[in-house]
Design a protein around this ligand. Structure first.
Ligand SMILES: *Cc1c(COP(=O)(O)O)cnc(C)c1O
Length: 381
């Protein structure tokens, strides 16, 4: 084991900046106080900046999936039709959530590593004019692809349907202009590019989406958006005990984001992911995602022939103190994923690539010595 704390290059949880760690260490305050009210106001404003919308962003205590469930439960009613874009595990999750609420799933599948095109969404909506909601994923974390949300929004906007986007790993890493692009619902979670521990989920909805929310007959209680809206509109508060400490830390994270600037942050993500791809290819590795839709938040790399992918992830962690992610479900052992989201720094990436060179060598994969680090340095100067 290495003596230094393990480096997390996983697509959630991600490392926490010192400002967030300090906020998490503060004594807890009571939530029905002017002190916490001020924090809630601050995060309400800050979240609008990150979500790129003027609509309120509602906070839920739960992991990101709580906000996905809130979207389905609040927008859809039993018997509704939903067009579900499935390009990986998280697109599939939208389908599972819809099924749980008795919503009929019309799947639009892309081979893993690729994404559905806006033209396919348009055709599917023509074939199924009854669709109430189109469910997409900004960054499909399981395969490392980014979907064309802007393109989908253009075609969905021209129909009665709403576009719902899982931006749990994408928000703060990939460009997403919620209101300007015409996206109706965005959900996110705390432990990805927002640089917080897990436990907070976020959801925002357009006036068009609120039309559906008000008509939904699905059972809702804890995740009720009409209730959250009522309490927020009346007293700028939350219906239940909020995750106080996480929200205080969120205020700190939003200050970190404001200080660096969202545009600069997105550019840093772009560059870091490009560097990882460049390094992987220099080591003779194949990228899992199609070049046209590689995510800035996480890079999926194919495990090379003859190498045991599970051993690779384990050796990175146990021998080098670097936690990366393996593949999920059918991709287990076949890919590994290196995240570049949130507070992950060039130094973390340098350490990860250096360790990867050693581990690949130990596991029998040959490539020119130092090729990964050299290629990395060409991009991350
Ligand atoms: C992490 C992730 C989720 C799941 O979030 P939880 O916080 O584990 O509930 C959903 N969608 C995407 C795209 C993710 O990356």
């Amino acid at each position: 084991m290495t003596a230094s704390p393990p480096r997390l290059l996983t697509p959630g949880p991600t490392p926490l900046p010192p400002e967030v760690l300090a906020a998490l260490g503060q004594p807890i305050i009571h939530h029905r106080t002017p002190q916490f009210q001020a924090v809630l106001q601050e995060v309400a404003d800050g979240l609008k900046g990150v979500f790129r919308t003027s609509w309120p962003v509602y906070l839920l205590a739960g992991s990101g999936t709580a906000a996905m469930e809130a979207a389905v439960a609040n927008l859809c009613s039993r018997g509704d039709d939903a067009l579900v874009l499935r390009a990986g595990k998280f697109g599939e999750r939208w389908g599972e959530l819809c099924a749980a609420y008795g919503v009929r799933v019309i799947p639009l599948d892309a081979p893993w590593g690729r994404v559905p095109s806006p033209a396919q969404v348009q055709q599917a909506l023509r074939d199924h004019p009854s669709v109430k909601g189109v469910f997409a994923t900004l960054c499909e974390t399981s395969t490392g692809v980014v979907e064309d949300i802007r393109g989908y929004a253009q075609v969905v906007q021209a129909t009665p349907a709403v576009l719902v986007v899982d931006a749990i790993s994408g928000l703060g890493a990939e460009p997403l202009e919620t209101e300007a692009w015409g996206v109706d619902v965005v959900v996110a979670g705390s432990q990805k590019a927002l640089m917080l521990p897990p436990g907070l989920a976020f959801i925002t909805a357009s006036p068009k989406a609120w039309g559906l929310i008000e008509r939904s007959t699905s059972p809702r209680y804890y995740l009720s958006l009409p209730l959250a809206k009522k309490v927020w509109d009346k007293e700028q508060d939350t219906p239940f005990t909020p995750a106080i400490t996480l929200i205080v830390a969120l205020a700190a994270a939003l200050r970190v984001i404001r200080q660096e600037g969202l545009d600069q942050i997105l550019e840093r993500h772009r560059k870091n992911a490009e560097a990882i791809r460049h390094a992987a290819q220099a080591m003779g590795l194949a990228l899992y995602a199609e070049p046209s839709c590689c995510s800035r938040a996480v890079t999926a790399v194919a495990v090379p022939p003859g190498v045991d992918g599970k051993k690779l992830v384990k050796a990175m962690r146990d021998q080098h103190g670097i936690t990366i992610a393996g593949g999920q479900s059918e991709l287990a052992g076949k890919i590994f994923r290196i995240a570049s989201m949130g507070h992950i720094q060039p130094d973390d990436i340098r350490a990860a690539i250096a360790a990867l060179e050693r581990v690949l060598g130990d596991l029998g994969w040959t490539f020119p010595t130092g090729a990964g680090s050299k290629a990395l340095a060409e991009v991350l100067v």
